[in-house]
Design a protein around this ligand. Structure first.
Ligand code: BES
Ligand code: MN
Ligand code: ZN
Length: 500
């Protein structure tokens, strides 16, 4: 799909999108379109429930005097409530209904209402973002696309009074959208295709954007002492990989970087602590943290962000086999601490432990954020609305909460404390990889990670098990199973606080 910006026009062909405010008052373009249509919009409105609320729309097939094929009147709602995210959702909803209905081109003639916080250029760029995110689909494995499902819309133009300004903002937004769609692709790929080496190969493509990408294999990790990560990987036919991505975009390339660490379990069968069949379904997405980190690195590099950022992802497959790690095994992590592995399905924390140690030792980052589809327990707490946020730094936690709100990737802070940490006591090693008893599963997982964070390191952990993919109703800005969650919040955090 091709997205462009132009002066607003009510005389374009294809679908014409115009807007009304809460209460039903037409904006100038809507009034103009109605006049051209001989009052057909107003008449349609009178026999409808349309009142201009955001989320509402009213469609008429255009009468012959109008060049457009159809006119869609969308509700913008109350001006005070119309922010960038709402604008994106409005555009996404419109595009969703037009995408496969035979329409080939769409023009948005949505005038900026008076009193709107967003400027003309911003409004236009957010509309474009909504279109782009909603137009995503993952169809590469369909050899027979249903005729009536094939997308027909090829061109979308966004009308704005500030074409140059909109193009400038859109360049940045488009970089972020690319990162999100990359993350979605990675999550959606089946696990027979996207095993660790293939994931690593895909990250190598980011070198085209100016990122440095290194890949460590099993032999190198063994030499360095990645005992926890390698224990998880040892039951699989696929070699584990550690990928280190570096984007040095700050004026001072030596300035301490922000570091992002992702859990990349390309498939989580549970290992010998095998998952039941129904719980194993979807476990191709257990690399959602790694996908978010990769997508964010793409976004930062593609928009040439003035930040030094490191992305580290631990890629493994967790499988049962004759060589698999056993419940009762004790492994020595890269940090030197020993772990009694009592449940091989609590594997993500083992992978992260070594990736976190490696990242801190090598890069001494100013802040460290890990993302992981770590526990089913976080879904019990927060469902699919919020990711769980754990942090040892109130400032970083507040920055993430704010960034998440703005970008529509909500987080909810959860506690850490010594009393939870006690639940990790092992009979024979420094710790065990599960808590004691069935409670506080997401917290004990976070406490486990914290044991691998040095005292002075500013750190946050995002448990994204509930938000990385979606089985039920799809979000209006995320039309596929893989959500691509994490790219927006991390990109926003960087942009608002760590770029110079
Ligand atoms: N990848 C899972 C967590 C998960 C579960 C993500 C459901 C998304 C949906 C993780 O590796 C896991 O299996 N965690 C266990 C931990 C337990 C054994 C302590 C869990 O949550 O049951
Ligand atoms: Mn598991
Ligand atoms: Zn897992």
């Amino acid at each position: 799909m091709q997205i462009s910006f132009s002066a607003p026009s009510t005389t374009s062909g294809g679908a014409l999108i115009v807007a009304a405010l809460a209460g039903g008052a037409f904006t100038a373009s809507a009034a103009e379109a109605d006049r051209m249509a001989g009052g057909a919009l107003k008449r349609a409105l009178e026999v409808s429930r349309f009142s201009g609320k955001s989320g509402q729309s009213l469609e008429i097939l255009a009468p012959s005097a109008v060049k457009a094929s159809r006119i869609i009147l969308v509700g913008l709602g109350a001006v005070e409530e119309l922010d960038g995210l709402r604008a994106e959702q409005i555009a996404a909803d419109v595009v969703a209904r037009l995408l496969a209905c035979g329409e080939k081109s769409v023009h948005f003639a949505i005038d900026r209402p008076r009193g709107l916080k967003l400027g003309d250029a911003e409004l236009a760029a957010h509309l474009a973002m909504g279109v782009e995110l909603r137009a995503y689909s993952f169809d590469k494995y369909r050899t027979r696309q249903l005729e009536e499902r094939a997308a027909t819309v090829k061109k979308v133009s966004i009308g704005t009074k500030d074409v140059a300004g909109a193009r400038k903002i859109w360049r940045e937004f488009a970089a972020v959208a690319e990162g999100i769609c990359l993350a979605r692709d990675l999550v959606n790929e089946p696990p027979n295709v996207l095993f660790p080496a293939e994931f690593a190969r895909r990250t190598k493509k980011l070198t085209a954007l100016g990122l440095k990408v290194e890949v460590l294999g099993a032999a190198q990790m063994k030499k360095l002492g990645f005992g926890a990560l390698l224990g998880v990987a040892q039951g699989s036919a696929h070699e584990p990989q550690l990928v280190v991505m570096q984007w040095l975009g700050a004026r001072n390339r030596k300035a301490p970087p922000i570091a992002l660490v992702g859990k990349g379990v390309c498939f989580d069968s549970g290992g010998l602590s095998l998952k039941p069949a129904a719980s194993m379904m979807g476990m191709k997405g257990d690399m959602g943290g790694a996908a978010a980190v990769t997508g964010t690195m793409h976004a930062l590099a593609a928009r040439k962000a003035r930040v030094n950022a490191i992305g580290v992802i631990g890629l493994v497959e967790n499988m049962p086999s004759g060589t698999a790690q056993r419940p009762d095994d004790v492994v020595t992590s890269l940090s030197g601490q020993t772990v009694e592995v009592l449940n091989t399905d609590a594997e993500g924390r083992l992978v992260l432990a070594d990736a976190l140690t490696y990242t801190q030792r090598r890069f001494k980052p100013r802040l460290l954020i890990d993302l992981a589809t770590l526990t089913g327990a976080i879904m019990v707490s927060l469902g699919a609305e919020h990711a769980g946020l754990f942090a040892n730094d109130d400032n970083l936690a507040a920055q993430l909460a704010q960034a998440g709100k703005q970008e529509g990737e909500l987080v909810w802070r959860m506690p850490l404390s010594p009393n939870y940490d006690k639940l990790l006591k092992s009979k024979i090693a420094d710790m065990k990889n599960i808590g004691s008893g069935p409670h506080a599963g997401a917290i004990t997982a976070a406490q486990f990670l914290q044991r691998f964070i040095t005292d002075k390191q500013s750190w946050a952990h995002l448990d994204i098990a509930g938000v990385a993919w979606q089985d039920g109703e799809q979000k209006s800005l995320a039309p596929s199973w893989g959500v691509g969650w994490g790219v927006r919040i991390l990109n926003r955090l960087s942009k608002d606080h760590y770029e110079v």
